[in-house]
Ligand binder design. Sequence first.
Ligand code: P53
Length: 480
Amino acid sequence: MKVMKQLPEDFLWGGAVAAHQLEGAWNVAGKGVSIADVMTAGSNGVDRKITDGVVEGEYYPNHEAIDFYHRYKEDIQYFKEMGLKVFRTSINWTRIFPDGDETEPNEEGLKFYDDLFDELLKNDIEPVITLCHFEIPYALYKKYGGFKNKKLIDFFVHYAETVMNRYKDKVKYWMTFNEINNQADGQHTLHTWTNSAIKFNKGENKEAIVFQAAINELIASARVVKVGHKINPDFQIGCMMAYVPIYPYSSNPADQMAALKVMERRFFYSDIHARGKVPAYAKKDWQRKNYHIELSSKEERILEEGTVDFIGFSYYMSGAVTTVPEVKGQEILDFPNAKWVENPYVNSSDWGWQIDPIGLRYTLNAVYERYNLPLFIVENGFGAYDKLEDNKIHDQYRIEYLKAHIEQMKLAVVEDGVELLGYTPWGIIDIVSFGSGEMEKRYGFIHVDKDNYGKGTLRRRRKDSFYWYKRVITSKGQEL
Ligand code: P53
């Protein structure tokens, strides 16, 4: 048997973004309003507002973003110079079906992605595509109430089928719903909005509604996996999860159990994507809480028949929980007396995200052991304030973060035998932050001159991390 000492030759080094966070051009060429187009700018620690339609006088950072729509040719030259083999972005659903429920697609929208993919391929960069990255048509919320309504399953499948047919010779790697598990407990307004286009009325049971929306999305995803394989049997169709490993704070057995239960809530989604069945723990939970989740036996069969080819996931940080009474923390509903606590062994970013490179190796192992499917790290990166000095950005902190994570990723592949398709760090070029709507929470290897208030020339500049990543790719991950 050949012992692998390095990452595989065909390892997919790349970079990742999402349409709504960089394209801009929110109302051109027949595009409809998406759920991201009604989100105002927040700031570090201040939530974004979700407005009732687009309201005069509000600032919506995604409307212009970094204007990739008009500048992608220039940006692709930077990607090429860096040596990217793949570029992960999403198709903005509302360019193709402006309201989401049309039967005929918008040709101008389809043409845009044809041109974008051609330009990438011409430069030897393969597109990796997310079908739904927080870009649900706003009209599907207005008319149908979002994904809690089963009608959205057909709309999504029709959209996916349309683009998969159109780009069947240009795109091989697809993912269905971005970070589908962000909405997990239904308690975070931003996530239930961006994952499912749901707003709640007073007195509604958020958790039950989100389980229903999740099941609907999982059915839609499974149908797309089936349909996609018919369109092109070479398609690799994956799910997309946000993995945040949760550690027990102490060796108290109850802490172990609490961590496992908190993880189940996140794994619920990939358990169904990968195994095609509602897990026993979820069925029991629904029974106990008296939730009636609509899932017919025909739909159960669809789940079984549409399991994913690979697991795509984001990894930024880890978390910790405890049940120990003396330790104070924020309450969690998943396990009696459980609460979130700070992990004293790791540091945090300026936005409070706990930096944990070993957690990436741990996650790669845990997920590979759980599903035995190829994995794809489609997001990982460091959001930070950058300083422009003499036209340069010395982002050594970002390099340190990435370096430490790539080292752990290599250990998972080389020492542990995890099957990993590739690595596409997040926000390869500065884009609008999803969570806060800021421009100045930067992830890029390419700097974009724009501030939190929308001011700036949009000029692009290479950061130190640009040159560093170029060397990482050329040396196939040897020189970090
Ligand atoms: P921003 C939470 C935990 C892990 C990933 O996020 C997350 C979130 C949501 O905040 O989101 C993903 O821009 C998401 C991207 C997003 C990126 O992480 O808030 O897939 O759209 O931009 C980074 O710093």
